[in-house]
Design a protein around this ligand. Structure first.
Ligand SMILES: [Zn+2]
Length: 154
């Protein structure tokens, strides 16, 4: 799955989802320097990994953490991928959270999100508001279930 032009002499980490040597990323394009790749985010659906519509990353080919000093200009590479892909994105950002879903927080990744027709605007405020509402809805339905299943006391 790795493009032949990709520079794999960059440091790789066995088992890392984002290190291209492990073959778990779908590479769309590689930068001219070979230092970064533009990939589509893969999500699990019924046990199979499928591309997530509108969700992309720019990844360093090498295994670098977000705070590492990179041996190339990451921002310049990101902008090259944005221009070259011809895709318009609605939101983007470097993931610096300590809580990554698939233990991928140690491999620097830059998100590029494209809204689908009917999606709410993807601003940070909207995302946070949607997340809070989902948690409240979940808690409300859990409370309802626990009220219903409470053992009968005589
Ligand atoms: Zn990695």
């Amino acid at each position: 799955m790795v493009d032949a032009e990709t520079s794999l002499d960059s440091p790789q980490e066995p088992g890392c989802t984002f290190c291209p040597s492990n073959g778990r990323v779908k590479v769309i394009q590689t930068s001219p320097s070979g230092n970064t790749i533009f990939v589509q985010v893969m999500v699990e659906e019924d046990g199979v990994y499928v591309p997530a519509p509108g969700a992309y990353f720019v990844l360093p080919v090498g295994h670098y953490a977000p705070a590492d000093e990179l041996p190339f200009d990451f921002w310049r590479e990101i902008n090259w991928h944005i221009r070259e892909s011809g895709i318009t994105f609605d939101n983007d950002g470097v993931n610096r959270t300590g809580k990554g879903g698939a233990r991928i927080t140690e491999h620097l990744h830059y998100w590029l999100m494209q809204a689908q027709p009917g999606d709410p605007a993807l601003g940070l405020y909207t995302l946070r508001a949607s997340y809070r509402k989902a948690i409240q809805d979940r808690d409300a339905s859990l409370a309802q279930i626990s009220r219903r299943s409470r053992p009968h006391t005589w």
